[in-house]
Design a protein around this ligand. Structure first.
Ligand SMILES: Nc1ncnc2c1ncn2[C@@H]1O[C@H](COP(=O)(O)OP(=O)(O)OP(=O)(O)O)[C@@H](O)[C@H]1O
Length: 331
């Protein structure tokens, strides 16, 4: 069993960053400026711009993601988080592809790389279950997660009847992961029959089939009921404790506070702040980015909503309403 497989199957011991004191010490000297240098960056991104027509969805000058910890990417709706994920995982091309966009993962350049090559390099993102994946069993979803390993299409191999020893190992890994994520009993059920939380577990388990070095989770808690939230959070923390790097997008600020070692904030396509969760969430630029656009956003700490902030927000709301009324009248 490879070391990576051992991580996925949960049989390795904790790594040095399983210790919160070690993680805090690691990041203690890192500047809280956007684009700050990290002690050991696993992902480095430069000059990534994505325009849709006249609108710039992403404009990231520089970003480094630290190896071995959990980094949250937060920002209001439309900030560009998903587009950024798509760009760095090869599912979309930057508009700046020919004018200086480059990014590297684990020492390997990825700028001109396809999505499958990015996954093979060890940077894997979770995907929501699509209609066709819903119609497949849980186990078939897992086997599909191994697709691309050693450049093979396992499903084709299955249908061709070339099911060999190597594939048996992969099957064993799928069972290990299903056990770990409490989905073994569901292995023959259609993925579409799973609850919201179980789907999120399957998305994570499926991503782990390809032995990632870094896992990227897009809103891992969306649609998850409170009973499974704790379990999902525990799984994400365990992955980190076993040595995996985690980068995740999440709107729930309580979750972000609870599990993030580092938080990067995106607004209007740009990285606007970085730092430990508490520092970032008391940063006026972050409060502005959220509350300026979304007055009902819960930043996970009610004490941030001081009388002064509330007064400012209500003035902004009143000004916006007055402007809307004016626009209506002139129509
Ligand atoms: N294919 C596309 N064509 C045109 N505009 C797009 C496209 N994809 C994204 N956008 C726009 O780019 C901006 C960034 O969108 P994106 O989905 O990346 O934001 P986000 O931060 O992930 O938002 P949310 O938190 O709501 O998921 C938005 O204004 C969105 O409408």
């Amino acid at each position: 069993m490879s070391e990576q497989t051992a991580v996925a199957a949960g049989s390795t011991g904790p790594t040095k960053y399983a210790d919160p004191v070690a993680r805090r010490a690691l990041m203690a000297g890192v500047s809280a400026e956007p684009g700050s240098a990290k002690p050991d960056a696993i992902l480095t991104v430069d000059h990534i711009i994505r325009n849709f027509g006249g609108m710039t969805a992403v404009h990231v000058d520089h970003l480094e993601v630290q190896r071995g910890i959990i980094t949250a990417l937060i920002g209001p709706n439309g900030a560009g988080k998903t587009t950024f994920f798509n760009l760095i995982t090869g599912f979309d091309r930057p508009s700046s592809a020919k004018s200086g966009a480059h990014w590297s993962f684990n020492g390997r350049k990825l700028d001109k790389t396809s999505a499958s090559s990015v996954a093979l390099a060890g940077m894997v993102r979770t995907f929501q279950l699509t209609k066709s994946l819903n119609r497949m069993t849980v186990m078939d979803n897992m086997m599909l997660g191994a697709r691309g390993q050693r450049g093979e299409n396992l499903l084709t191999a299955m249908f061709k009847g070339t099911w060999g020893a190597q594939e048996k190992q992969i099957e064993a890994k799928a069972y290990d992961l299903l056990n770990r994520f409490s989905l073994y009993a569901k292995r023959n059920d259609y993925a579409g029959s799973l609850s919201g939380g179980q789907r999120k577990l399957l998305e994570m388990a499926r991503a782990l089939m390809s032995d990632p070095t870094m896992i990227m989770l897009d809103e891992p808690m969306a649609g998850v009921n409170p009973a499974l939230t704790q379990s999902l959070l525990g799984h994400i923390q365990s992955l980190r404790d076993e040595g995996m790097t985690v980068l995740f997008v999440e709107h729930d600020m309580h979750v972000v506070r609870h599990i993030s070692d580092w938080v990067v904030v995106m607004a209007e396509g740009r990285m606007v702040a970085e730092g430990p969760a508490d520092t970032v969430m008391s940063n006026p630029a972050v409060i502005d980015a959220y509350l300026g656009a979304h007055h009902d956003t819960d930043l996970g700490d009610d004490s941030l909503l001081s009388d002064e902030a509330m007064e400012e927000i209500s003035q902004e709301v009143a000004a916006e309403e007055a402007q809307r009324d004016e626009e209506q009248e002139t129509k």
